[in-house]
Design a protein around this ligand. Sequence first.
Ligand code: GAP
Length: 485
Amino acid sequence: MKKNKISLKEIVSHAKQYGFVFPSSEIYDGINAIYDYGQYGIYLKNNIKEYWWKSMIQINKNIIGLETSILMHPKIWKASGHVYKFKEIFLSNEDTKKSYRLDLLIENYFKKNNYFKKNKDLKKNIIKYIDKKLKINEKEKILKIINKMKILNPKNKERTKWTKIYEYNLMFKIPLKEHDDVNKKFYLRPETAQGIFTNFLNVLNSSKIQIPFGIAQIGKVFRKEIIARQFIFRMREFEQMEMQFFIHPKQEDKWLEYWKKKRLRWHLSLGLGEKKYRVYEHEQLAHYANKAYDIQFKYPFGFKELEGVHSRTNFDLKNHEKYSKKKIRVFDKENKKSYIPYIIETSVGLDRIFLAVFSSCLKKETIKKERIILKIHPALAPIKAAIFPLIRDKRLMAYAKDIYKKLKIYFILTYEEKDSIGKRYRRQDAIGTPICVTIDFKTLKDKCVTLRFRDKMLQKRVLIKDLKREIKKETSMNKLLKLLI
Ligand code: GAP
């Protein structure tokens, strides 16, 4: 049996052919960086969501959940710093008239330049210098140092004179009322976190929860990404799963380390392989963070950010106090003083986990013919079991339909009778179904069915009355949750 590597192109094509991910608005030629989830994609996505949600809310008694609105008071985005600081900086040049993201140009430059691998301090100093000049808006000085570094033009790999530097806010601005002009500045939220911060007092006042505690939320966010490539990795509309953990300021380091390890363990539990992950301390911090880690994943296009674990200090709550003029504090019984809590944030893109799981579980195998199998963890599999009559015989079909009817309230199943049994198995392998259940003529006598396991190259006969237990044992999400405690 030959095993081959699978390319991004094949991943995108499999996702479309088998109903996982479709380009949005495709019959109108699509729009860049926006995607729809198909019939199997949405099951897989919901399973990832459920696992994250349970791992946060169900097994941690000090974490609760919320669902806050996408549209929020415009002042929130001033207080959070997004209006002024949630920007991408671009460089352009006269030769090609094309613009490139400054941080990516610099990152690539350092990556390709061996000199900086040995001179890490110099690299850090250059980044710090550029950051400082950005903060005080000294763009000419940045252009000067960039031109001195002789950063090549990515398009033609030639030396270029960078001539312009400009900023671009990533938030979508929308008028709220029919005749409002866009300057009324309502925004589609670019992170779910702010809904949690602005409800901090509501949660505190409506529950008995005490610091340290967390609030988790899953929801859609929107960003005007300019460089939108790599399939669902970087999208303009995507879903975040965020947890904000409120702590005493003195415990910042302890909880940052705790959540970094905890989140890595969560990712490892998906069984994609330890070598696929690495943790990287951020050098260029977001405006709200004073220390941050990226959990990176080895996608088909290289190691890229999967999840961020940030210490946001009291940046957000302090600013919401200032802008809302409401006290957002808790009382420290030991020191008899009130204080603004610090926040450790874990923030992951649901679509990025989807891509990590989908891309690394697709395996190409050749036994006579080449085929692609989705070897996904059974708890995440879109369809838990497929019920087949061996052939299109009336008695077998009735028996199989009856089994499907009895079990469908417990699991997401499929029933199929078309094509040969071999073809039906292969179709289920392609969408990751862990178990196929076949009803044959022997079943009519012994009340047993044949279970075929996707990965185990194994078939076994079980009594119909034990089928529910067998499917549950194989596909239960509890198996995953147990790995976390
Ligand atoms: N609240 C903090 C925050 O939003 P971020 O690093 O900007 O931090 C967090 O985003 C996570 O959201 C990232 O680690 C990534 O998984 C996901 N993400 C960010 N931009 C994305 C995009 N354009 N498309 C898909 N996922 C994205």
